[in-house]
Design a protein around this ligand. Structure first.
Ligand code: TRP
Length: 450
């Protein structure tokens, strides 16, 4: 069998689904609705989409180029492509650290989804008033034992899939789970927009009111776009290294970004009409889907069924993303440290759980422990979305736009001259000038205003 096919995904569609699975996650269904809610709706959404088109897709393509050209893990990729300048390997190491940080707070919210599947299955979410539902959420997240247990179960499931390998674990599980996710979310959308009073939610999401925007929402939109697309950390360097040499990288990244944006918008359609139809508050923050939606399910016909469906959907989305986070670290350990896949997955998962304990407890016993006025969980979330992902993205675009020879970039995008790449000069202009300058401005503004 062909070497490169042994290494990675078995088809182009397999690669797209696996990478889209990594991108579509809690960022789309849990984080996106609450940041849109807090930032006034449609005008924010518009800015978010603009960031995806102007910066998101070019950065994504840059990461994928680095991965496929080098055929290596995050650190090995830079050693292979910049053998004379070892400092670039530091960019890979930074990406690994970011993967640990994201996974450790992400697994907290991922664990909550399991709790809510259990609660909705045994009917405990039903028949409660809004105050009781809020109370339930806070007493659960403030306790220590159950959130930690669900977190480690989630980390365990992720490790199991990763141990099965790229084709049999990652590609196979995501090709089953992603269509299911799409189906579930479409069902939720139909239910939501058919509720009486749903128009207000649709208006909130699609009728722009620019007076609600400020500099802060600008930065939040960029952070959200990067987090949601899984860019700025190097996750797509690893997945890029699994893409077959004959696949078209440009259309592949368009499909990944398109799927991610579609699911984000669909979850907005699933959530806001329902929020408004029941007179609830769209600005309630990170607890939005856990505190607000149970009220919605409660007052719906067949609500329990929708609740079970929704939390399963959330768990699936989270799982395909935690898989992508763990795989980045595992591939590095396999190739650089020569560990077996099993050893790498188990040891890294344990390490992530150890860091993750701090994030989980920051809702309970460690609530008062603040870093720059933020709990550990909030600090990790902000640190990655607002600083580390844009910094990572800046370094990747500089690497492609200024370090790697232009002919190499062209060669990779055109598959050695086989594909027509008419968009090349626009892409190259963006990664060489627009993206680095825009990202620098963002990073500097963040540092000054925080
Ligand atoms: N994009 C995922 C989400 O929306 C989260 C995620 C997975 C991620 N891998 C990443 C974010 C790498 C940044 C970098 O839920």
């Amino acid at each position: 069998m062909d070497n490169k096919n042994e290494r990675g995904f078995s088809s182009n569609i397999g690669a797209i689904i696996a990478a889209a699975g990594g991108a579509v996650g809690l960022g789309n269904i849990w984080r996106f609705p609450y940041v849109v809610g807090q930032n006034g709706g449609a005008a924010f959404l518009l800015m978010y989409v603009l960031f995806i088109l102007l910066l998101g897709i070019p950065v994504m393509l840059s990461e994928i180029i680095i991965g496929r050209r080098s055929q290596r893990n995050l650190v090995g990729a830079f050693r292979t492509l910049a053998p004379k300048h070892k400092a670039w390997m530091g960019v890979g190491v930074l990406g690994l650290i970011v993967a640990f940080i994201i996974y450790s707070f992400y697994s907290v919210v991922a664990g909550w989804t399991l709790n809510y599947i259990v609660l909705s299955c045994n009917g405990q979410l039903m028949g409660k008033n809004p105050a009781e539902i809020t109370q339930m959420f806070s007493s659960f997240t403030q306790s220590s034992f159950w959130p930690l247990l669900y977190q480690i179960v989630f980390i365990g499931i992720t490790a199991t899939v990763v141990i099965l390998g790229v084709k049999k674990g990652i590609e196979k599980s995501t090709t089953i789970l992603m269509p299911l996710l799409l189906l579930l979310i479409i069902v939720m959308c139909i239910r939501s927009i058919s509720l009486p009073g749903a128009e207000k939610g649709i208006k909130f999401l699609f009728k722009a009111d620019f007076s609600k925007l400020n500099a802060d929402s600008f930065l939040t939109a960029l952070g959200q776009a990067f987090f949601s697309l899984s860019i700025g950390m190097g996750a797509l360097i690893t997945y890029g290294s699994y893409i077959r040499k004959e696949d078209n990288l440009f259309t592949t990244s368009l499909c990944i970004a398109g799927a991610d944006t579609l699911v984000a918008i669909l979850s907005g359609i699933a959530i806001f009409p329902a929020v408004f139809a029941f007179g609830l508050n769209p600005t309630s923050g990170p607890s939005l889907v856990y505190e607000v939606l149970p009220n919605v399910f409660n007052s719906m016909h067949c609500g329990q069924l929708f609740a079970i469906g929704f939390f399963i959907l959330l768990a699936i989305a989270a799982l395909t993303s935690t898989i992508s986070l763990l795989e980045v670290v595992v591939l590095w350990e396999i190739e650089e440290l020569k560990w077996s896949r099993r050893k790498a997955a188990i040891l890294s998962s344990l390490c992530i759980f150890l860091i993750g304990i701090g994030c989980t407890l920051s809702f309970g016993p460690l609530q008062g422990f603040k870093i720059f006025d933020l709990t550990i969980f909030e600090f990790f979330d902000q640190l990655t979305a607002v600083y580390l992902l844009p910094i990572g993205a800046l370094l990747f675009t500089i690497f492609i736009g200024w370090y790697l020879p232009k002919t190499d970039v062209y060669d990779e995008l055109s598959n050695g001259g086989k594909l027509k790449v008419r968009y090349f000069k626009y892409y190259y202009f963006i990664v060489r000038y627009i993206a680095p300058i825009a990202l620098l401005i963002v990073i500097i503004t963040n540092i000054i205003f925080d």
